[in-house]
Design a protein around this ligand. Structure first.
Ligand SMILES: NC(=O)C1=CN([C@@H]2O[C@H](COP(=O)(O)OP(=O)(O)OC[C@H]3O[C@@H](n4cnc5c(N)ncnc54)[C@H](OP(=O)(O)O)[C@@H]3O)[C@@H](O)[C@H]2O)C=CC1
Ligand SMILES: CC[C@](O)(C(C)=O)C(=O)O
Ligand SMILES: [Mg+2]
Ligand SMILES: [Mg+2]
Length: 343
């Protein structure tokens, strides 16, 4: 059985008196920075001037250029978009890297696919939450956490794994469970999961269900509630109790439909395609195409994004969600602030 690490397995002392530079203050960056700070760790932020810089200052952090932050830190966590990391690393971080520092990532893409080649004299490790950054922060504030993976690429000090575990505890991941992996396993499984199941597979399934109902003459609003809105409610049950827990709550009619129709939708052809997707990830084909797409100014990414945002499901969903302010996180936050200001 794989060892799962929890809070009690981590040595907090390894990050006490050390300075952590969080490079980037986006989805993961703001969450790591705020969680580590709340865990008693000294954090500075490395950024360029702009929206995130202003936000990090507003959130009470000392913010520096990437180079200045990296230069003063014991541990540098790179939380920039994957496609921008190699340039920023080469121009701003590599020139100031020195022995004794640790270089951390939340995803192994650039190291595994050799877009970043760290020098031999720094520890290189991974602390990768298995969830979106905004939930890494939200769950932490709720006393919970998002599970995480740690991995060591290069261990100069002999402490890289223990430091990665202490970091994982600092961001709240060790409340939920931390697994040790390799850069290769993290990179390949993360890319596969987001493409085939969590993001690509799911959005395609939702759209195909919605379109099938609408093309058959059913109301788009009914199709939206059925194929998108209710998904969260069903997934929440799976999150809490696995497949069995979800099936306990649904009707026997739904469960029978699940058993007989599920395998007709996700059939052997779909599974065969998943295997090909995995092969493209393992061979580096996907990585090369994503790198080239960025070098060609994201022609396909941008046009696909525009088309996707214009889909009827988005138009219908936006109107329905406007009538359900409680489902909008930003609205929830505004209300929480207003309530705390009133009290
Ligand atoms: N999103 C997620 O939940 C997850 C992400 N990861 C990994 O975490 C890493 C970060 O991803 P994510 O949080 O999504 O990234 P985001 O796209 O949310 O991060 C953008 C941040 O990077 C800053 N930035 C962009 N370009 C530069 C630059 N040239 N110099 C300085 N700062 C810059 C942006 O600042 P500005 O406002 O100025 O543009 C912003 O603060 C990736 O490796 C990703 O794979 C891992 C698990 C989940
Ligand atoms: C599922 C997408 C993800 O891998 C994540 C939130 O874990 C990402 O890269 O954003
Ligand atoms: Mg992921
Ligand atoms: Mg990912």
């Amino acid at each position: 059985m794989t060892k799962v690490y929890y809070n009690g397995d981590a040595n907090d002392q390894l990050l006490q008196g050390k300075k952590v530079a969080i490079i980037g203050y986006g989805s993961q960056g703001h969450a790591h920075a705020q969680n580590l700070r709340d865990s008693g760790i000294d954090v500075v932020i490395g950024l360029r001037q702009g929206k995130s810089w202003d936000q990090a200052v507003e959130d009470g952090f000392n913010v520096y250029s990437v180079r200045e932050a990296a230069d003063q830190a014991d541990l540098i966590m790179i939380l920039l978009p994957d496609e921008l990391q190699p340039k920023v690393y080469n121009e701003e971080i590599a020139p100031v890297l020195r022995e004794g520092q640790s270089l951390f990532f939340a995803h192994g893409f650039n190291v595994h696919f050799t877009q970043i080649v760290p020098p031999s004299y720094v520890d290189v490790a991974l602390a990768a939450p298995k969830g979106p950054g905004h939930l890494v922060r939200r769950t932490y504030t709720e006393g919970a956490g998002v599970p995480g993976l740690i991995a060591v690429w290069q261990d100069v000090t002999g402490q890289a794994k223990d430091v990665a575990l202490a970091y994982a505890k600092g961001i709240g991941a060790a409340r939920a469970g931390v697994l040790e992996t390799t850069f290769q396993e993290e990179t390949e499984t993360d890319l596969f999961g987001e493409q085939a199941v969590l993001c690509g597979g799911l959005t395609a399934l939702v759209k195909a269900g919605f379109e099938t109902l609408v093309e058959a003459g059913y109301q788009p609003e009914v199709a939206y509630f059925e194929c998108l809105h209710e998904l969260k409610l069903i997934v929440d049950l799976m999150y809490e109790g696995g497949l069995e827990g979800m099936r306990y709550s649904i009707s026997d009619t739904a469960q029978w439909g699940d058993f007989v129709t599920g395998p007709r939708i996700v059939d052997d052809r779909v599974k065969g395609e998943m295997k090909k997707v995995l092969e493209d990830i393992q061979s580096g084909k996907f990585a090369r195409e994503w790198i080239l797409e960025n070098q060609s100014n994201r022609a396909v990414f941008n046009s696909t994004n525009r088309r996707e945002n214009e889909h009827l499901i988005e138009e219908v969903g936006a109107k329905l969600r406007d009538m359900m302010p409680f489902v909008k996180q930003s609205q929830k936050r505004k209300e929480a602030v207003m309530t705390s200001e009133q009290n």
